[in-house]
Design a protein around this ligand. Structure first.
Ligand SMILES: [Ca+2]
Length: 239
């Protein structure tokens, strides 16, 4: 009897809870794509954590005036947003693989795009990793051009479930053929929301459980028992 009552109560409680998932279900927070045109900095200064509130910090990157020195022609900037672009903090427009421009993302991102201008025979490449300092290569993209690449912009794009860092460099042993970077975009990975019950939802949940318990108890008490009490001394005796 006790087991039967408990089972009935449990079933009714479960049925009540089954009606409540819309109140407690967690859904991912939509990720907003972040766009940076680098036109709000100061030429000559390193970028570092200037955009950290947007979720990205840089190594070996500085702002440069797209129409000023050290660029050797007015067409170098074609494809950029003016007035500023990004170059290496010490090697200017030359991006060595051993000393790349790096960007680190916190929170991690699922995709990154950027534009390289003046891409020539030295090419341009972006490698994406799942760690801020080391990790595994999870995606890459590259492009190339002819000669010094004047007036040749290349769009790069990488995507992976989790990207924490990218490195950008010229893969074909740059000597005097440089490139400029601009227009970074990235999309943070969607994060699950923390489910929270509002006060009315919590009150409804408690009321539902109490009502279910009372209902189960009434059902159990009103059900006729299938077992008759045994009277001592009467069973099995015949006159
Ligand atoms: Ca720009």
């Amino acid at each position: 009897m006790l087991h039967s009552r408990l089972c009935t109560a449990a079933r009714v409680r479960f049925a009540t809870l089954a009606l409540l998932p819309p109140l407690v279900a967690a859904s991912p927070i939509a990720a907003q794509t972040v766009s940076i045109d680098f036109d709000d900095g100061t030429p000559g200064q390193t970028i570092d954590d200037f955009y950290s509130t947007l979720g990205v910090t840089f190594s070996h990157a500085r702002w440069a005036d797209a129409l000023g020195p050290p660029f050797d022609g007015v067409d170098d900037h074609l494809g950029s947003t003016l007035p500023y672009v990004v170059i290496h903090s010490t090697s200017s427009t030359i991006l060595h693989e051993s000393d790349p421009i790096a960007a680190r993302f916190e929170p991690p991102v699922s995709s990154v795009s950027l534009r390289a201008m003046d891409v020539g025979s030295a090419g341009i490449r972006v490698n994406a990793y799942d760690d801020a300092t080391a990790g595994t290569l999870v995606a890459s993209d590259s492009g190339t051009g002819a000669g010094s690449g004047t007036g040749n912009p290349v769009d790069l794009f990488v995507s992976a479930p989790l990207i924490r860092r990218i490195e950008v460099f010229q893969p074909n042993t740059p000597i005097m053929e440089g490139t400029l970077l601009d227009n970074l975009e990235f999309t943070p990975v969607a994060t699950p929301s923390v489910p929270a019950l509002s006060a009315p939802a919590l009150a409804a949940l408690v009321a539902g459980l109490v009502a279910a318990s009372r209902f189960a108890r009434r059902q159990a008490l009103s059900r006729p028992s299938g077992r008759q009490p045994v009277r001592a001394g009467s069973a099995g005796r015949r006159g």
